[in-house]
Design a protein around this ligand. Structure first.
Ligand code: NDP
Length: 249
């Protein structure tokens, strides 16, 4: 069993999750990288270990109850507590790109849109619920665990209303709005037990998920997440943050 503080990041074999892993490991955490693509995950973990960081790979599909349960069993056999959980794994509905930057939700075949949205919600909304529930015993075993939900700039209804791309708001933004509500629900439930649960709101970031719209760097996105992951006991909970601090929902 390791004596270092432990952090699990979902969706951490690339993009914002991987940069968050690098930052948390450099701060002294023993970091577990969770995602589906094992080849990419093992390679990412090895690359970070070559930088002298304590990082391990943990196969995890947040859309699968069985996979999440298996991952929780694996981690429970390796560590006695989990100090940080970053629910970062996320996808965007494919129709957004299919419709193009000026596309309208009303133009796409609705059956495909709904299937796309269901798949998105299974990862972005039900994923964090599944993972949080499965790892809760380990989180409660830490003195003041932090859960960071990686929401989005588009999770705010007010800011979504100012976004010109309705397909983006309809399928992706709505999943992050739901995640914001889930953040508040978990915070209310878990804060009396010493945990802090907050949502991070990165803006458009240049990753595979958002290659042609991303204007911000993974470092900027990870900075928001790392600050919430590093909160001390008694810190804020049930909030929604960007790099400048708390945001209105
Ligand atoms: P990437 O596409 O670069 O990375 C997504 C990560 O999620 C990958 O590691 C992927 O690995 C993993 N993932 C996808 N599906 C699953 C699944 N079912 N189970 C486990 N892991 C999964 O995206 P970003 O780094 O951009 O996104 C990370 C988070 O940040 C997401 O929640 C996204 O919504 C959010 N975000 C992104 C913004 C942006 O503009 N890029 C802006 C605001 C928020 P694998 O496929 O191997 O499972």
């Amino acid at each position: 069993m390791t004596t270092k503080a432990n952090a699990l990041i979902t969706g951490a074999n690339k993009g914002i999750g991987l940069e968050t892993a690098r930052r948390l490991a450099a701060m002294g955490f023993n970091v577990w990288l969770g995602a589906r693509d094992a080849e990419r995950g093992e390679a990412a973990a090895k690359a970070l270990r070559n930088e002298g960081l304590d990082v391990e790979w943990l196969a995890l599909d947040v859309a699968s109850d069985d996979s999440v349960a298996a991952a929780a069993r694996t981690l429970t056999a390796r560590v006695s507590s989990l100090d940080v959980l970053v629910n970062n794994a996320g996808i965007a509905p494919g129709y957004v790109d299919a419709l193009g930057p000026d596309g309208r939700y009303e133009r796409a075949p609705s059956r495909e849109n709904v299937a796309d949205m269901k798949a998105t919600f299974d990862v972005n909304v039900f994923g964090p619920i599944r993972v949080t529930q499965a790892f809760l015993p380990l989180l409660l075993a830490a003195p003041a665990a932090r859960i960071v939900m990686v929401s989005s700039y588009l999770g705010s209804i007010a800011r979504a209303a100012g976004n010109s791309q309705s397909p983006n708001v309809m399928g992706y933004g709505s999943s992050k709005t739901a995640l914001n509500a889930i953040t508040v629900a978990f915070a209310r439930e878990l804060s009396p037990r010493g945990m802090m649960v907050n949502a991070a709101a990165p803006g458009y970031t240049a990753t595979d998920l958002n290659a042609h719209r991303g204007t911000r760097t993974v470092q900027q996105a990870a900075e928001i997440i790392v600050q919430l992951a590093a909160l001390k006991a008694g810190g804020p909970t049930g909030g929604y943050f960007d790099e400048n601090g708390p945001l209105p929902w």
